[in-house]
Write a protein of this length. Sequence first.
Length: 227
Amino acid sequence: MSRNRIITIDGPSGAGKSTVARLLAERLGFEYLDTGALYRAVALYLRRRGVGEDVSDETIEELLRELNIGFSGGRVYVDGEDVSEAVRTPEIGHYSSVFSARRPVREFLLSIQRAHAERCDTVVEGRDMGTVVFPDAWMKFFLDASLQERAKRRYLQLQRKGINVTMEEAVRDVQQRDERDSQRDIAPLRCPTGAVYMDTTSMGIEDTIKKMLEFIEKQAAGSCTGY
Ligand code: DC
């Protein structure tokens, strides 16, 4: 078990986890780990190696043996190359959801995620942070929002990056990812036991962070460690 304080933030696509986790980490002076970026980086790597959805577990395992993945200062690296922008396309979003259901991919990233959070107090965000990767985390949150709201956020995010999708495509994409991420056999998306559930449909980023900080303060007072 880690001696550092780990705050987990889980939730479906487009619930605002990344922005909230990054800002929360900044306010608390914690490190920040975006595990979705790691799954996206693996997907990018496998796609570059010409891998499709029907690839065998053995081939994935073999290819992952040669992969060096890193996350530092909010950037994600594949064999030393900064791929933070390259992993944000709708295509890689799709494949990250597909490949994240595969056992060798989850096993490969499990130790990387734990090793990262071993070093210092960390805010980690993803789909299975409080359930599988850090079940003994100091504090757990589950961020949710309505499908329409999450699709709208995803749509605006892609528009800002100059990636053109229609609102209908954004809704379909978020819906498909919800299904795949919550219905897979290994580490499906679930609200972890003991997590604070927050519906952010009509909450802005600042309100969400304020509310989370209130819970964290209570937790810190209870465990006498402060932050
Ligand atoms: O949060 P994101 O959209 O960047 O994540 C991309 C995909 O990675 C998501 O569809 C599911 C997968 N993922 C996962 O299975 N487990 C995590 N801890 C984080 C992401």
